[in-house]
Write a protein that binds this ligand. Structure first.
Ligand code: ATP
Ligand code: MG
Ligand code: MG
Length: 554
């Protein structure tokens, strides 16, 4: 394959494979901590980990990085598996849990203690942090650094038996308190946690830290390329240090980092997303305003649109923030090709065609998707009384208003050209009814329909339409990068208008009869919408996935 079409990680993998490293194997892993739902940032990692394995004929493990029982739960395990499958990836029989390695990690820790490479410290975490020093100043060695092997073994055993309270002791690697790399200054390997684990129950009272668990887990699984985000770059020497305790020349996992995905107008930290859910600031993890995979799914996003988006933004070594409009562009692009066009009026006003017979109904043919000739057509009933969008009429329009106004002509989509002849207002001066005459020779398909008019409006029949609820979503936050606003609680930056509910949208009968939860449509001229699972018989609920670009000014 052409070098230029490969990203920098693919180039590394390709050259490692060519060089026959690790016996010419490629094995990646996706290692989520089951402490929350996956978000669009995780999708970027998933597309890399699973995608690169697919591309180069390797395998990808799903490994739950479940080393902190306090925050983890099976609810998250299940949702993570569902979301990876939905994105279109599969780990087959390669499902692993870091907790399965607790015994092996324990054995390694014991070995390191015996070799004088680890010791039990009993200072407070504050004291340990103080002694770390700064990048320009060496740290201070713990007074417990030179405990005897026997004492260390005894204490570590008793830590795990549950004899001590949390925080009383930690196991630290004995490396170098003066190392220029802060992560080498006797990092903590184990801490006491007395909280049941969702898989191992109360078997363990000590749990390994990320740096001690991750590389070893990679090694135990035969992972060759351990791909992660840039914040782990500074951990890489420590990753290599611990892995060296196990690996040899024939096989050694290798860590490679790429830039994490940040998106405008949202937050991506699981801690913050959890807070939004717990405090009821959103309706749940799958609230369509959330950047979670399940939120995007409920919003109407397709797996393809997410994968195309990830493909477009690519993988680099530089952190930045990506505009959410790029994500929106990618779902528009997808739905434009696939979504059935239907007629729905979000803010209806009555329009009466005074020269159309009272009890007549005509079934007019309308295209399901002009982008896809195979998509076919459906019928929409046309009657004397219709609804159009309130915004599509102006009594005193500005110059380039190509919609309906007194004495002005417009085309009704798939129907006739009409001309406004008058209006009726209520006592507050609001337009209550719009009167029009239609030209019977201008039905779509007739020669008379060739007449040029500037605007085309969507509409529904008053009698044959029904009511639906529509949820209009806007950005969840008011500022581009909430994570960067340092002096303010991120919850104060929430957009109070991120959800607007329209409860009297009028929809054409074809839509009312066919809409099922998950179905996606284009509402002519207003946007892409999908059917929300809150829908019940007789009460359809639609989520606006994304608006269209303004289409009325053609
Ligand atoms: P948080 O910091 O919010 O808890 P995390 O990075 O700890 O998130 P994990 O469950 O540990 O979440 O992530 C699993 C994998 O997904 C890791 O390899 C991580 O690097 C990657 N990942 C997480 N967030 C992003 C992101 N925004 N962009 C790209 N990859 C990400
Ligand atoms: Mg985390
Ligand atoms: Mg993590």
């Amino acid at each position: 394959e052409d070098k230029k079409s490969l990203n920098f990680i693919e180039q590394i993998v390709e050259s490692d494979l060519k060089a026959g490293k690790n016996g010419g194997r490629l094995n990646t892993r996706f290692p989520p901590e089951p402490n929350g739902y996956l978000h669009i940032g995780h999708a970027k990692a998933i597309c890399m980990d699973f995608g690169i394995a697919e591309k180069f004929g390797g395998t990808c493990n799903l490994r739950f990085d479940d080393t902190n029982p306090v925050k983890e739960d099976v609810e998250y395990v299940d949702s993570i598996m569902e979301d990876i499958h939905w994105l279109g990836f599969d780990w087959g029989d390669r499902l692993y849990y870091a907790s399965d390695y607790f015994p092996k990690l324990w054995d390694l820790a014991i070995r390191l203690i015996k070799e004088g490479k680890a010791y039990v410290d009993e200072q407070s975490s504050e004291e340990i942090a103080r002694q770390k020093g700064t990048p320009t100043q060496p740290g201070i060695e713990s007074p417990y650094r030179n405990r005897s092997v026997e004492e260390n073994l005894d204490l570590f055993e008793r830590m795990n038996k549950g004899e001590f309270e949390e925080g009383r002791f930690v196991l630290r690697a004995k490396i170098d308190m003066a190392s220029p790399n802060m992560h080498f200054r006797d990092p903590i390997m184990y801490r006491i946690i007395k909280h049941p684990h969702h898989r191992t129950g109360t078997k363990w009272n000590v749990y390994p830290m990320y740096d001690f668990a991750h590389g070893q887990s990679d090694y135990f699984e035969g992972v060759t390329h351990s791909i992660c985000t840039l914040e782990f770059e500074v951990h890489r020497p420590l990753y290599e240090y611990f892995v060296k305790e196990l690996a040899d020349d024939s096989y050694c996992p290798r860590q490679i980092e790429f830039n994490r995905l940040n998106l405008t107008y949202t937050v991506m930290s699981k801690r913050k997303l959890l807070q939004l859910v717990k405090e009821g600031l959103v309706a749940g993890w799958d609230d369509p305003r959330m950047p979670t995979i399940c939120g995007l799914r409920r919003r109407g996003y397709t797996p393809e649109s997410i994968k195309n988006f990830i493909q477009k933004i690519g993988y680099t070594k530089y952190d930045g923030i990506i505009s959410v409009s790029l994500l929106e562009h990618s779902i528009r692009e997808d739905l434009n090709k696939t979504a059935t066009r239907v007629s729905a009026v979000l803010n209806p006003v009555k329009l009466i065609i005074t020269n159309y017979p009272e009890n007549k109904v005509e079934y007019l043919e309308t295209e399901n998707n002009p982008e896809d000739p195979e998509a076919g057509t459906h019928q929409i009933p046309f009657t004397r009384v219709l609804y159009i969008e309130r915004d599509d009429f102006m009594e005193n329009p500005p110059k380039k208003f190509f919609r309906l106004a007194p004495d002005q002509e417009v085309r009704l989509k798939s129907a006739y050209i009409i001309k406004c002849t008058g209006i009726k207002k209520d006592s507050d001066g609001n337009v209550e009814e719009i009167y029009c005459e239609y030209d019977p020779d201008t039905r779509s398909g007739m020669p008379g329909s060739m007449r040029k008019v500037k605007g085309t409006l969507h509409w529904v029949s008053a009698e044959y339409s029904s009511t639906a609820e529509v949820r209009l979503y806007d950005r969840l936050f008011n500022v581009e990068n909430p994570a960067e606003e340092k002096d303010v609680d991120f919850r104060e930056l929430l957009n109070p208008d991120s959800l607007k509910i329209v409860d009297n949208c009028r929809i054409e009968p074809y839509l009312a009869e066919n809409a099922k939860p998950g179905n996606r449509y284009q509402f002519q001229r207003t946007g892409y919408f999908c059917v929300d699972p809150d829908s019940t018989d007789g009460h359809l609920v639609f989520n606006r996935t994304v608006s269209l670009k303004d289409s009325w000014e053609k």
